[in-house]
Design a protein around this ligand. Structure first.
Ligand code: R5P
Length: 308
């Protein structure tokens, strides 16, 4: 039996497009909405609007700005299982807290694992897209439930091939290399990996003189910067400035997750960015690349994995 999709309130567009993509076989995938309200004391109340008995429930909730979403999300998962759902999965196209993957200073904790433990206590499985796995080898180090990771590399590469005939894929640093390399390989375009120094949340720099490893020349063509996350925009602004100072044409930036802690578009334009596009893992005006088919494939595979 096909699953039921439950969109987190405010994420109905993600939920309905996921349901449509899961419906490819022709059976009806129903969407059950959630009524979410606050009690006078600030506690949350959730109520599912439809029947989920005996069904696999897929809760669709991207997890940028995760803190206010976390408690209602756990209540929705519990409401589904108390209403007789067979299994309750989370589809979180963007998975928060993955960059806090080390104890960087004494007194800190491993937030990625703390967050993963909370999600694992509420759900039976999780599907996400290009999580920021840098120091963790896989999501199994973060979650105690089965998971499926899908990637935006193919749709990003297809967009780049369509829009930029002579693209040179640029990774801002070694951390972003895994995403940029996958895109460069799928698009069959050259890759350069720059070197970034991060001194603080909003303080990053790329030194033009050492940006390219061991005197490697910048290949000719239009630079297309590929990164997994755009948050403050500090990284992208510095990469654009560096590329321009090296004499490169105006770059394009193609990013998976438009977290956008602030809106850097004006600074990016001033630095010389030609165009910014993102995937719809987080809804934003810059979305130009649809990753819902990838998520639907991941959910289908996850359901098959946990059924076998
Ligand atoms: C870093 O590790 C990531 O790959 C991104 O480069 C980073 O998160 C972007 O953040 P911001 O936009 O705040 O520079």
């Amino acid at each position: 039996m096909k699953p039921v999709v439950v969109p987190f309130p405010g994420q109905e567009s993600l939920g309905t497009s996921l349901a449509r993509a899961l419906d490819a076989g022709g059976d009806r995938v129903s969407v059950v909405s959630v009524a979410l309200r606050d009690f006078p004391d600030g506690e949350s109340h959730v109520r599912l609007s439809g029947d989920v008995r005996g069904r696999d429930v897929v809760v669709a909730c991207t997890l940028d700005r995760p803190n206010p979403r976390l408690v209602p999300l756990a209540l929705i998962a519990r409401a589904a299982s108390d209403s007789g759902a067979r299994r309750v999965l989370l589809v979180a196209p963007y998975l928060a807290y993955m960059r806090q993957d080390a104890v960087f200073s004494p007194g800190e904790g491993l937030s990625s694992c703390a967050f993963g433990a909370l999600l694992s206590s509420a759900f039976d499985g999780l599907c996400t897209m290009d999580p920021h796995l840098h120091r963790h080898a896989s999501l199994d180090e973060v979650l105690t439930i089965p998971s499926r990771v899908v990637t935006a590399a193919a749709p990003m590469a297809a967009w780049i091939v369509r829009e930029s005939a002579d693209a040179v894929i640029v990774a801002p640093d070694e951390e972003a290399e895994q995403w940029a390399r996958a895109v460069a390989e799928a698009a069959r375009r050259p890759l350069v990996v720059l070197r970034k120094l991060r001194r603080g949340d909003r303080d990053v720099s790329i030194d033009a003189t050492t940006a390219l490893p061991s005197g490697q020349p910048m290949p000719s063509g239009q630079p297309v910067i590929v990164d997994d996350i755009l948050s403050t925009g500090g990284t992208l602004v510095e990469v654009v400035r560096t590329l321009r100072s090296m004499g490169a044409p105006k770059p394009i930036a193609v990013v998976v997750h438009a977290v956008l802690a602030s809106d850097p578009r004006e600074s990016l334009r001033e630095a010389g960015l030609e165009r910014l596009v993102t995937c719809n893992s987080i809804a934003h005006e810059t979305n130009a690349i649809d990753i819902v088919p990838e998520l639907a494939r991941g959910v289908t595979e996850l359901l098959e994995d946990i059924s076998s």
